[in-house]
Design a binder for this molecule. Structure first.
Ligand code: ZN
Ligand code: ZN
Length: 465
């Protein structure tokens, strides 16, 4: 019985761990490495196992840094089942197809460069067809449904409260006389976040693998953030402007819509035209609507009151490019939610082009903006920005609201891991080295667990625990 760390060990993205029990091999996640070009090139390297010899995959949630190499795994010979929560399977349909199209586009772009240099062309990491093949092998499970997936491997998904369908993976393993319970946190949500439940508390484990993305810091207060958004909406109404919200298609978009629904009367939302201008976000929102039994108490109450999710009466879902272009002519009274979340592509770029130079308009940044992205330049307060080769003066007001993270902060992570009664050893994954070190120190001080920051290639003999 052995666990080997491979991806998202010593870094955040590319989540993938290998479990060996009774001669079978099970992968926990098979995510894409995301970030700089040099990091992303690692996705093409050979895997430290033969995909044809993997018996099953257990997928914690749909995010690409956890699911994004599944099509590649299938392309390279994996033929087993992929187990995931039902809603995650539906979200994967959207995300993996999108990821396949992106990888085709990246290859096209790279090949233009290669042609100029007389180099051999490369093929895309995978195609929509490979994505389809991986989706066909997915088997959806409900939360708290215990199932034997292989001899000696019993799986149960518990709610992680991070995005819809996100799961904490609980595995009961047996090999000969040895019995072990392994808990893999997946990505954990923040407590009291909208729509979703709090992360499930689990009290028993022999070993815990946990994420520590924000292990080194505390988030800003959520209710303060919501108040700020309300103030921006009323300032924009006073200024007779538009509001632009760059947002990721899954999670953040639904949270923003939900917040508008919760404060519909208080913020006088009826005076706005709200545009959800992203085919991917529209599809993801539909999946959220398909799983009302996964909502928390507050969202369930609101849904009962509105006889449906707060899909706002003044919400326009614009799927086609033509519809999207019409929004560019709206001079005021529009709230436009579009991707990409960091403004480094997608429809939001066109909306910025038409709105950023006009006083009275407002931009609300609700998510993390990486260095080098257009969104980051807005956050950093640049006076001009460059879009499609042209300079635009930033006259719209840019607001960064910080309290909407889908990840638990240090306090939330401590609270969750504090739920394990016998203080099992903890291995930290899915964190930058500084965050992991900070959390490691905090955790051993607060609860006394033995904590290790996992490194790629590290192998653990589970029977020796
Ligand atoms: Zn995630
Ligand atoms: Zn993640």
């Amino acid at each position: 019985m052995e666990l080997e760390f491979y991806g998202a060990a010593g870094r955040v993205t590319g989540s993938c761990h290998i479990l060996r029990v009774g001669g079978a091999q099970v992968l926990l996640d098979c995510g894409l490495i995301q970030g700089r070009r040099a990091d992303e090139a690692l996705n093409r390297e050979s895997l430290p196992f033969d995909p044809a010899e993997v018996d099953a995959v257990v997928l914690s949630h749909a995010h690409i840094d956890h699911s994004g190499r599944l099509p590649l795994l299938v392309k390279r010979g994996f033929r087993g089942p992929i187990y995931t929560q039902n809603a995650s399977r539906d979200l994967c349909r959207i995300l993996l197809q999108d990821s396949a199209r992106l990888s085709e586009r990246d290859a096209e772009y790279e090949n233009k460069r290669r042609r100029r240099k007389g180099l051999e062309p490369i093929s895309p990491l995978y195609t929509p067809r490979d994505a389809d093949a991986s989706l066909k092998t997915m088997q959806g499970l409900r939360y708290n449904q215990r199932q034997e997936i292989l001899p000696g491997v019993e799986l149960c998904f518990r709610d992680a409260g991070h995005i819809l369908g996100s799961a904490i993976v609980e595995l009961r393993l047996s090999e000969g006389e040895v019995r072990r319970t392994l808990v893999f946190s997946g990505d954990l949500g923040q407590y009291d976040s909208p729509i979703l439940n709090d992360p499930d508390q689990i009290d028993d484990a022999d070993l815990v693998l946990m994420e520590c993305t924000y292990g080194g810091r505390l988030h800003r207060d959520r209710s303060q953030t919501i108040r700020e958004i309300g103030e921006i909406v009323s300032a924009a109404a006073h200024d007779k402007g538009n509001i632009l919200i760059p947002a990721f298609a899954i999670g953040r978009t639904q949270e923003v819509l939900y917040t508008f629904g919760m404060h519909y009367d208080a913020w006088d939302m009826a005076r706005w035209h709200i545009f959800l201008d992203s085919p991917m976000a529209i599809a993801a929102t539909q999946v959220y609507l398909d799983y009302p039994h996964l909502y928390d108490e507050e969202a369930s109450k609101l849904r009962a009151r509105l006889k449906g999710m707060p899909l706002l009466p003044n919400l326009h879902q614009t799927e086609s490019t033509e519809e999207s272009m019409v929004i560019n002519r709206v001079a005021n009274g529009a709230i436009i939610i579009a991707g990409s979340g960091m403004c480094n592509g997608g429809r939001i770029v066109h909306h910025l082009k038409h709105n950023i130079a006009r006083r009275g308009n407002h931009v609300i940044i609700v998510g993390y903006q990486a260095y080098g992205t257009l969104g980051r330049r807005l956050v950093d307060g640049h006076e001009t920005i460059r879009i499609h080769g042209e300079e635009y003066r930033v006259r719209a007001r840019v607001h960064t609201v910080g309290g909407l993270s889908a990840h638990g902060d240090q306090a939330a992570l401590l609270r969750w891991v504090g739920g394990f009664q016998k203080r099992p050893p903890v291995y930290l994954v899915h964190g930058e080295p500084e965050a992991a070190e900070a959390f490691s120190a905090k955790l051993s001080e607060a609860h006394g667990n033995r904590v290790t920051v996992a490194q790629p290639g590290l192998k653990l003999d589970l029977s020796a625990l």
